[in-house]
Ligand binder design. Structure first.
Ligand SMILES: [Zn+2]
Length: 283
C-alpha cells in the first residue's frame, strides 16, 4: 500500500514499511555522490521532488456542507528533501463537495528512502483548519465538544498523553453527570464518618450497572481500556501507546455521550451536558 494509506492517513505511530514513493529508477540521493549514470537525476538536500504517495484523506466537519467529509489532497504531491532521513510534505486538502480547503504539513522520518521498501514514521503533522472547517460539528457532543476537539487535535499532532488526559476528563465528568441524573451518589461515608468521593472505577461500575451507558463495542472491556488509560495518565505508558489507544478511547467516550443523547430517561443529564439545548434536531 502507498504512503498515504499506510502512514499519512493514520494516527502518528512507529515506523511503517511502505511502497517506494520517490521514483527510484529516475532519482538517486546525490548529496555525497557524484553522478555517473547520465540517465539518473541526483537529488540533494533542499530539492523538491514529485512523489507518488496516493491521496491524503482525513475526516473533518465541513460547515459549508453541514456534514462530516473526507478531505482529500491532490493526486500529485511533492516532498522537500531535508536530508536522507528527513522529508517534509506540504499540501492542502479539499472538501470533495464544496472544495473548501485546509492546509496540512507533515515532517517524516524515513529509513531506506531510495530503496524498494522505505520505512516511514510521522514526526509531526500540523493542520491549519479554516473558519468553515472543524474537527467536529459545533455542540454535537454538548458542552464537551471543544474539549473533545482538543483531544483529537492533540492526538493528530502526536501528543499522546495530553490527548488521553482530555478524554479522561470528559469521561469522568460525563459519568458523574449521569450518576447525578440517576440519583446515584458520587460520595460515600467512610468508617471514620467522613464524606469521601467514590473512586472513579466504582462509580463507573455502578452507573453502568444501573444505566448501561457503555457502548456495546466496549461492554466486555470498557473497564479494562479505562484501566490501561489510567496507566497512561500516571506516566506508565509511553506516548506511542497512548496514541495507539486514542481512537478506541475516543469511541468509548463519544459512544457514551451518544447513548445519553438517545435515551429519554437521561433528560436531566442531557440538559446538564448541553445535549438538549436549541430544540430537537431531526436526523
Ligand atoms: Zn464542504
Amino acid at each position: 500500500m502507498n504512503l498515504a494509506t499506510k502512514v499519512l492517513n493514520k494516527p502518528i505511530g512507529s515506523y511503517v514499511a511502505t511502497l517506494p514513493f520517490i521514483d527510484i529508477k529516475k532519482y538517486f540521493y546525490a548529496e555525497y555522490e557524484t553522478q555517473e549514470d547520465e540517465e539518473m537525476i541526483g537529488l540533494q538536500n533542499g530539492d523538491f521532488v514529485e512523489i507518488d504517495a496516493g491521496r491524503i484523506a482525513l475526516n473533518f466537519y465541513c460547515k459549508k456542507c453541514e456534514d462530516s467529509r473526507t478531505f482529500m489532497s491532490p493526486d500529485r504531491l511533492h516532498a522537500l528533501i531535508i536530508n536522507e532521513n528527513l522529508i517534509s510534505i506540504d499540501t492542502f486538502l479539499q472538501c470533495p463537495v464544496c472544495k473548501t480547503e485546509i492546509q496540512v504539513w507533515f515532517l517524516l522520518e524515513v529509513k531506506d528512502l531510495f530503496t524498494e521498501e522505505p520505512k516511514v514514521k510521522i514526526l509531526k503533522r500540523t493542520e491549519k483548519l479554516s473558519k468553515n472547517v472543524s474537527e467536529l460539528e459545533e455542540n454535537s457532543l454538548g458542552i464537551y465538544t471543544d474539549l473533545l476537539e482538543k483531544a483529537m487535535r492533540a492526538s493528530r499532532e502526536g501528543f499522546g498523553a495530553g490527548s488521553i488526559i482530555y478524554l479522561r476528563k470528559v469521561f469522568e465528568q460525563v459519568t458523574s453527570e449521569v450518576a447525578k441524573a440517576s440519583g446515584i451518589p458520587t460520595t460515600y461515608i467512610n468508617r471514620h464518618g467522613q464524606k469521601k468521593r467514590k473512586n472513579f472505577k466504582d462509580l463507573l461500575t455502578e452507573v453502568d450497572g444501573q444505566c448501561s451507558i457503555i457502548p456495546a463495542e466496549f461492554s466486555n472491556n470498557g473497564y479494562k481500556l479505562f484501566g490501561k488509560l489510567s496507566d497512561v495518565v500516571h506516566g506508565e505508558y509511553d506516548e506511542d501507546i497512548a496514541l495507539e489507544k486514542f481512537s478506541a478511547f475516543y469511541r468509548l467516550v463519544t459512544g457514551i455521550i451518544e447513548n445519553i443523547k438517545s435515551k429519554e430517561e437521561f433528560k436531566s443529564a442531557q440538559q446538564a451536558l448541553g445535549l438538549s439545548e436549541g430544540g430537537e434536531e431531526n436526523e
